[in-house]
Design a protein around this ligand. Structure first.
Ligand code: PLP
Ligand code: SF4
Length: 343
């Protein structure tokens, strides 16, 4: 892949991804929320299509400046459960470690859009020491989830340092890494980077964030194959987004593409109430109807759980649809059957 990452409306205009006349207008959006489009992602965008599902995810829009009353800077309540800087401990058995605020690309719907960006930096040595101390002091922590930002933008050396230190904590059995890098910049998923993650003691999972089947290019699939062939398990996470993947056909193709790539679909996230993202959100009812549609059409291997992260830090919960009611169960076509059977 040639070229460099586009980091401003002017650069996007020069690359032909937005109309030159719009660069000025979008300056205030870019000042507020970081912009980055890698060559691999830019190559997927059809600039002639203003509703391009890849473009909608990464190209800034004026609509981002329209903040709704229900939206909040910390939509899933990370701050309510942060015992030390960079650590979020909301569930007893697992913690998030926000190792960096940087990402390879900046998603316009990001739930941490108020904190991610190239200027946000990475955890300092002191913060990392404090975080490791916290994890070591809490034997109930079974899993550590590296997030951010995108942890895989760290250098292999820094990543290896984090993974090695966690591997020395006896009670941490699982290391999970949430990333968009295999899609955003497949060539950056080098053997050295993968080796940095691998630990003889811990089981490693990589959760890939991808939202549209076009993101799973041959290069992205090859990057995932390198990760999996190294002995790392992969799961997926997708954000349900209006105009991007809010159709049964697109979700079906995406979930099949994950499974074909040896990635188990894990979560379909209802879009969080991040500031300036209303134009990309569906309703919960729309999400439930989509889940019902793919339940009837797709292998069980392809089924993600549709989850809502309750604002305020109350956690993720599956939000249906439900197939049960008193005395009956609904089949995927919506027909009710008595349960237990009455005849
Ligand atoms: C999402 C999240 C997790 C991980 O949740 P899983 O359901 O295990 O994927 C852990 N901690 C926090 C604070 C989270 O927001
Ligand atoms: S990669 Fe993740 S953390 Fe980074 S901008 Fe996208 S959604 Fe946010």
């Amino acid at each position: 892949m040639t070229g460099s990452t586009l980091r401003s409306p002017a650069a996007l205009a020069a690359a032909g991804l937005i109309a030159p006349g719009r660069a000025d207008l979008l300056g205030s959006v870019a000042d507020r929320y970081a912009v980055a489009v890698t060559p691999a992602i830019a190559a997927l965008i059809n600039p002639a299509d203003l509703a391009d599902p890849i473009g909608l995810q990464v190209l800034p829009q004026v609509a981002e400046l329209a903040i709704q009353l229900t939206e909040r800077a910390d939509p899933i309540g990370d701050d309510a459960h942060s015992p030390v800087a960079g650590v979020v401990h909301r569930y007893p058995d697992r913690v998030l470690l926000k190792v960096t605020h940087a990402c390879a690309i900046y998603c316009r719907f990001c739930f941490r859009r108020e904190t991610v960006g190239p200027g946000g930096g990475t955890m300092s040595a002191e913060e990392l020491d404090a975080a490791m101390g916290y994890v070591a002091a809490h034997p109930e922590i079974w899993e550590v989830i590296l997030t951010g930002g995108d942890p895989l933008v760290l250098s292999p050396r820094r990543l290896a340092n984090v993974a090695d230190r966690l591997a020395r904590i006896e009670h941490v059995k699982i290391l999970r890494v949430h990333t968009r890098l295999p899609v955003a910049d497949p060539d950056a998923v080098t053997d050295e980077l993968i080796a940095a993650l691998k630990s003889a003691r811990q089981t490693v999972y990589v959760a890939l964030h991808a939202n549209h089947p076009r993101e799973l290019t041959p290069a992205a699939r090859a990057a995932c194959a390198r990760i999996i062939d190294a002995g790392v398990a992969m799961v997926s996470q997708t954000v349900l987004l209006k105009g991007v993947n809010d159709s049964a056909e697109v979700l079906e193709t995406l979930m099949r593409a994950f499974v074909e790539t040896r990635i188990k679909p894990y979560y379909l996230h209802h879009a969080d109430l991040a500031p300036g993202t209303a134009h990309l959100r569906t309703t919960l009812e729309e999400g439930q109807a989509l889940m019902r549609a793919i339940r009837g059409r797709l292998s069980g291997l392809c089924q993600p759980a549709y989850v809502l992260d309750i604002p305020g830090g109350h956690g993720k919960v599956p939000v249906g649809p439900t197939y049960l009611e008193e005395g009956g169960a609904f089949d995927p076509q919506g027909m009710r059957h008595a349960y237990p059977p009455v005849d």
